[in-house]
Write a protein that binds this ligand. Sequence first.
Ligand SMILES: [Zn+2]
Length: 238
Amino acid sequence: MRALVWCGSCGSRFLHRQSDRRSYIKQPDGSVKLCPTGRVQRAYTCQVGRYKSRKRGDKVCSISQPTFGADRLENMVWSGVRRLLEHPETVQEMIEARKAEFDLNGTNSELDVRNRRLDKLEEERQKILTAFQKGYMPEPELDIKMRGIRERGEMYESQLEALRHELANYDRYMETLDSFSASSEDIRNTLDLLTLEERNKMMKALVERVDILSGERINVHTILDVEVLNSDLMAHRL
Ligand SMILES: [Zn+2]
């Protein structure tokens, strides 16, 4: 899920961090030693939310809690995916929508939307650069914002690439959607038996992005990633 988590406040990526958990252990001589516990601590963090603009004294990102425990977040997203899979009509709707999209001028409408998003991002980049050049923005803030723009650009590009790929393999994709639809009941019945790896794969196939909102709320955007549905592991399930 690492590339899928974004800040709902400032729009930059929530980075996944992993660190060893340590605990203080008292030694026989009375001193205290920091020892690894063998457990790891994982969290997702909005780097912008953590950064305070020194010049203006305010936060560039207004999210209430810029750090989210990874296990907790992943479980929340999985609950969302589960709810989706447990409602066959929703899955069927998604499949129909996906098919309709393909049928409409060969998904050109969505290609346009996505291309426009890239154009908008470029406009945003220019605005930020101008603000920096005019001295309205300190350099650390520029760096952080530029990184956010770059990350979103990469995400949009990869979504565009996936869409082009789907277009070029239209027939195969239609078959996959049909077989996913046909076996969605089997999939529902095996939800509790999925290994962690399978669970992650399922999330990858059905979640386009997760926005973290203030108050530790999340917004899960779902898709049907046909490329993932087509992969070996899914094929085995279908
Ligand atoms: Zn943020």
